[in-house]
Design a protein around this ligand. Structure first.
Ligand SMILES: NC(=O)c1ccc[n+]([C@@H]2O[C@H](COP(=O)([O-])OP(=O)(O)OC[C@H]3O[C@@H](n4cnc5c(N)ncnc54)[C@H](OP(=O)(O)O)[C@@H]3O)[C@@H](O)[C@H]2O)c1
Length: 244
């Protein structure tokens, strides 16, 4: 996949990993659109990078998403890459006696269902191009879960298996389906926890090398080692990540 002259939508592009993707793809000569819920974050990103186009959009609200999709179809019909990056993580125990229904639905929507709906809505634009891509951001927790975030881990496992099946469906189309599997990255999501985190820019540098070389399952940094341990000693991998 070429890394320049694309038109790219990055969900959750106002901060963290999404913003690092946006900055790198701008630098490489692409049109970059980002979306998020927080207008202040979007404005701050645009102030630093005037070339960015921004959409305020809560992806968990299908009506919001529909408005953004229509705007993209009318104003940015050249769109040929979608990076499904937006996400949240709740940490809680199922056995703490509280009612978690709202959190469960919201996390599944934000991390999983909303990506599927957006991909589905933008696919007609993507399949009409000579070359196009869907890039899904999953997690090492898609393979080895941690105890404190069972729904998050399940949504990432969903992203992983969805990416594989979608790749089958689109293999005869111009749309390449990538999955990026980050290790622990230093962003708002991981604030106050974890050690040895990589920077969002370092993650993006590795990810775009994979995208450039049509490597569809891109394991980043320490995830490569973790996956090797998981293949040989699944119990050990589980032990390493469980309390993460
Ligand atoms: N950091 C890590 O160690 C790590 C590891 C593995 C995977 N990941 C994945 O990487 C992705 C990016 O996370 P991050 O670490 O960069 O965290 P982050 O800085 O908190 O970024 C998450 C982004 O998602 C956006 N977002 C959340 N809910 C949204 C919604 N309903 N609608 C639209 N945008 C929404 C947020 O923007 P608003 O607040 O403006 O909505 C924010 O820009 C996530 O999918 C995460 O699961 C992260």
């Amino acid at each position: 996949m070429k890394l320049s002259n694309n038109t790219i939508l990055i969900t959750g592009g106002g901060s963290g990993i999404g913003l690092a993707f946006a900055e790198k793809f701008l630098e490489l000569g692409n049109d970059v659109l980002i979306c998020g819920r927080d207008q202040q974050k979007l404005d701050a990103a645009q102030a630093r990078h005037p070339g960015l186009k921004t959409f305020r959009c809560d992806l968990t609200h299908p009506d919001d998403t529909a408005v953004m999709v229509e705007k993209i179809k009318s104003d940015f019909p050249a769109l040929n890459m979608l990076i499904n990056n937006a996400g949240i993580q709740y940490n809680y125990r199922f056995d703490d006696g509280a009612d978690h229904a709202t959190k469960i639905d919201h996390e599944i929507n934000a991390n999983f269902s909303s990506h599927l709906r957006l991909t589905d809505a933008l696919l007609p634009l993507l399949t009409a191009k000579k070359v196009a891509a869907v890039v899904n951001i999953s997690s090492a927790l898609s393979i080895v879960p941690k105890e404190s975030a069972p729904v998050y881990c399940a949504t990432k496992a969903g992203v992983h298996i969805f990416s594989r099946a979608l790749r089958y469906q689109l293999e005869r189309s111009p749309v390449k389906v990538f999955e990026v599997v980050p290790a622990l990255v230093d962003t708002a999501m991981t604030a106050g926890r974890g050690k040895g985190k990589m920077s969002p820019a370092a993650l993006v540098a590795e990810a775009i090398k994979g995208i450039e070389h049509d490597k569809f399952y891109i394991r980043i940094g320490k995830t490569k080692l973790l996956f090797a341990i998981h293949r040989l000693f699944p119990f050990l991998a589980g032990k390493i990540i469980r309390k993460g």
